[in-house]
Design a protein around this ligand. Sequence first.
Ligand code: FPP
Length: 235
Amino acid sequence: MSDSAIPRHVAIIMDGNGRWAQARGLPRKAGHRAGAESVREAVDACLDLGIPFITLYAFSSENWSRPEKEVAALMKLLEQFLKTKGKEFMQKNVRLRTIGQIERLPASCRAQIAQVEQDTAQNTALTVILALSYGSREEITASTRRIAEKISTGELSPEEISKETLAQHLDTAEFPDPDLLIRTSGEFRLSNFLLWQLSYAEFFVSEKNWPDFNKGDFHEAVADYSRRHRRFGGL
Ligand code: FPP
């Protein structure tokens, strides 16, 4: 946790793609496509500001229950996104990582992810973490299971379990906690996103739908964050 004016890690719930499309009489997938453009804006804003980590909630565990057609469109978009980002991320010195139950994604997406992660592994300007088939309760449950396995084999004892033990068994073990959470489309909900990791984060809610959220809006969210005095429960 830092008290710096610039967040080290920004997390975003990219909400409102469907409403953006509906307002224009377009299919929902057009909203998701426009949303992928906003991802580029957010990545560029992080690079401008020197923010080293960004986590994007691209597909939640709950999103599997959407109509099959929409899930398929999102998976196709993800694949296209990864194909084009490979090159762009190399040019911009950006590293790709993912969190979530990646094993539930189609094999073609998993292959693309593995390729881009491998290609960008040495990049240092910014780490883009895509949350895919991600749910925080699922993540905490899996983490607990891994700890329990270590206890059953004697690798760990119950007395040794600390907050750090739990954090080290989450998908996010190697990343700092987010300092700032942005949610678009005027909703004030966490939606099973990084429940553990957002404990001390500042929240910024934008009325704009995600496809309308541009670089300037991102800068505004960070400026708002910078004005707040962070006390972490102290004085
Ligand atoms: C929420 O809008 C958004 C999603 C469920 C998916 C997020 C995906 C993207 C921004 C597109 C692509 C990103 C990548 C990384 C490929 P919603 O559909 O819930 O909107 P609504 O609440 O208005 O219906």
